[in-house]
Design a protein around this ligand. Structure first.
Ligand code: NAP
Ligand code: 8YV
Length: 336
């Protein structure tokens, strides 16, 4: 984090041009307009980048896909500041190779997203979304109490796919429920007492509740597949708060329909905002429209961190929260 004497908005950066393709959080927009020379285009499309824009732009404020072609179309680009901790929409490996810094918004959203994961877990296991519908449709008064649920948290063992910042915050909450925890990452995490499984299917075999908090990467693509769901078993509950791309959604819909697993709670989908009809039709799935971090408080903190990265880079030559693929990038690496 920046040192205490550094004040993000004190530097005069009005000569620095930042490109905003598409939309931004209102706090991002306000601070970009106040601090920088801001250029807006409808979307991140090299066809919309004129020679004049290409000659000026040094930074991008991103809440959209930024691909290699867009990076290549901006010869003076130094930094892409992403809104969100997950930066799967930005071609960070290409940026790293091209000497372009990429930043994300870790930590400030961790507790909010972990809260949402727990809400999804309880909703899925205890059918709270269906019990509420029962009340709203007048069935409580008309037909009596909602049925007792087959699902319960009692006696469950929880597996976490992706025990990073958010995964650990989810685990802390699950500990408070008194449930044992296991996890799968590429590497064992130091300082935690949870059981580690070096493969996801092995983790699934040893738990009945799987919470995915893994990032969307080529390695995690469709990692939660038919084998993993089969291993989770007929009492199995699957929660996804990470990225939709980590799941084979056809296999998940089949597993929910044929009883391979009991229930699912999903905040993220492969082709957002489009959700497969088979998941919408599944009575044993509770679905949210990617609201993990979606509070006024947390989204403002994300917006501030996004812009702090741009201000810090252009005033002090350092990013606040660089992503691992571009941590090596130094100011001046790309002169255009
Ligand atoms: P993080 O601290 O980087 O944690 C990611 C974890 O995933 C790490 O423990 C990492 O461990 C593990 N991992 C990465 N690649 C893996 C692989 N191929 N196989 C197994 N494990 C792997 O990130 P975070 O801050 O917790 O955020 C996690 C993700 O949550 C984000 O990337 C984003 O996609 C998602 N997210 C969703 C929402 C929402 O609104 N639903 C909000 C925020 C974040 P190893 O490196 O040891 O494998
Ligand atoms: C945001 C997220 O909703 O941080 C992430 O990775 O998925 C969410 O917090 C998203 O990034 C906003 O575009």
């Amino acid at each position: 984090m920046p040192n205490q004497t550094w004040r993000p908005d004190l530097a005069d950066l009005k000569s620095v041009t930042v490109l905003l393709p598409g939309n931004a959080h209102p706090q991002t927009l306000k601070r970009l307009e106040e601090n920088f020379d801001l250029v807006r285009i409808e979307r991140a499309d090299p066809a919309l980048i004129t020679e004049e824009i290409a000659a000026r732009v040094k930074g991008i404020s991103a809440m959209t896909r930024i691909d290699a072609a867009t990076i290549d179309a901006l010869p003076h680009l130094e930094i892409i500041a992403n809104f969100g901790v997950g930066y799967d929409a930005v071609d960070a490996p290409h940026a790293g190779k091209s000497g372009v810094m990429v930043t994300n918004t870790p930590d400030v959203l961790t507790e909010e997203v972990a809260d949402t994961a727990i809400a999804l877990l309880l909703n899925a296991v205890r059918e709270l979304y269906r019990a509420e519908e029962w009340l709203r449709h007048g069935k409580w008064a008309g037909q009596g109490p909602y049925r007792l649920t087959a699902g319960t948290l009692r006696g469950r063992k929880v597996g976490i796919f992706g025990l990073g910042r958010i995964g650990k915050a989810v685990a802390r909450r699950v500990e408070a429920f008194g449930l044992p925890i296991a996890y799968h990452n590429r590497r064992e995490v130091e300082g935690v007492s949870y059981d580690y499984y070096p493969s996801l299917v092995e983790l699934a075999r040893n738990v009945d509740t799987l919470i995915s908090v893994a990032p969307g990467t080529p390695e995690t693509d469709k990692a939660v597949n038919a084998d993993v769901l089969q291993a989770l078993g007929s009492d199995g509950v699957f929660v996804n708060i990470g990225r939709g791309t980590t799941v084979d959604e056809d296999a998940l819909a089949r597993a929910l329909a044929d009883g391979t697993i009991m229930a699912a709670g999903l905040d993220v989908f492969e082709k957002e905002p489009h959700v497969p009809q088979a998941l919408i039709d599944a009575p044993n799935a509770t679905l949210l429209p990617h609201v993990g971090s979606a509070t006024v408080h947390t989204r403002k903190a994300m917006a501030d961190l996004q812009v702090d990265n741009l201000v810090s880079w252009f005033s002090r030559g350092e990013a606040v929260t660089p992503v691992p693929e571009t941590r090596h990038v130094a100011k001046g690496a790309r002169q255009g």
